[in-house]
Write a protein that binds this ligand. Sequence first.
Ligand code: ADP
Ligand code: MG
Length: 327
Amino acid sequence: PRLANQIAAGEVVERPANIVKELVENALDAGARHIDIEAEQGGIKLLRIRDDGCGIDKDDLALSLSRHATSKITTLDDLEAVGSLGFRGEALASISSVTRLTLTSHEQSADTAWQVSAEGRDMVANVSPAAHPVGTTVEVRDLFFNTPARRKFLRTEKTEFSHLEEYVKRLALSRYDVAFSLRHNQRTIHSLRPAARPIDREKRVAALLSPQFIDSSVHIDAEAAGLALQGWVGLPTFSRSQGDMQYFFVNGRVVRDKLVVHAIKQAYRDVLYHGRHPAFVLYLSLDPKLVDVNVHPTKHEVRFRDGRLVHDFLFRTLHKALGDVRP
Ligand code: ADP
Ligand code: MG
């Protein structure tokens, strides 16, 4: 029962961004190297996510739309280890219950692709042959077509798209080895090639966030006591035109954590006498045993076993880096 409850806790589709997150994570779990995301009308009318991952075989196609059908977890230990991004086995089921969904997939070893559709709770049962290269395309139309009450909570097309784009940014900033493209209403918004070399990574960050951010930031690359920190922190000369630009990744996953933000702001305040809205893209790596990422179903929160150690490391590293460039 505990396993079922923990799994059920994650069932939420509030807006197109949630769908994009789940589908892109599935693509990453499937080992995709290229992920193309297409949206129309903020993702409300259409979302199409195509990947070149391992694909789903014919027999599992319909099954993957049913609740708690996951190929990724079998025990509570697995759930706690959270080895892969997806672990609830219900994303496709939840999404298909509030949309018109078509799943097309070509499994690696199969010689053709297959397709299955669902509308709301009704499965369009027959699995039919289709044309598709190895990999998977999930097409989702008319979000909340069958639940008008929930549709009312959707914001404007523009707002929904910006939420969706935000998720894409986070994912693209966490997987430089994967190519991503994002289109909205037939326009290319991002087109990112895999970025292996440091210079290519900088280019990706510049393309996703702003070229000015890279130009007026300090590069961070530090290691101490089993902790490593890499990335960029913006200097005061970098002024954002909109919103916070704060990205912090722990072992490759984006997190929002009070302790982390506190340490960063304190370093800014100490060195530059202001710490209001620092801009940063930072990657912390540490032994997975020293951090619990499964505190919340959305997995944006973490709990460090030794919060003090992490806080001090972040503060010291940024304090030094900012101090070195202080005019
Ligand atoms: P979970 O990701 O938690 O296992 P989902 O509902 O998101 O649950 O997906 C159900 C199953 O469908 C997955 O476990 C996986 O086997 C399969 N699947 C979904 N999307 C893809 C994809 N893009 N490529 C390959 N397999 C996929
Ligand atoms: Mg999933």
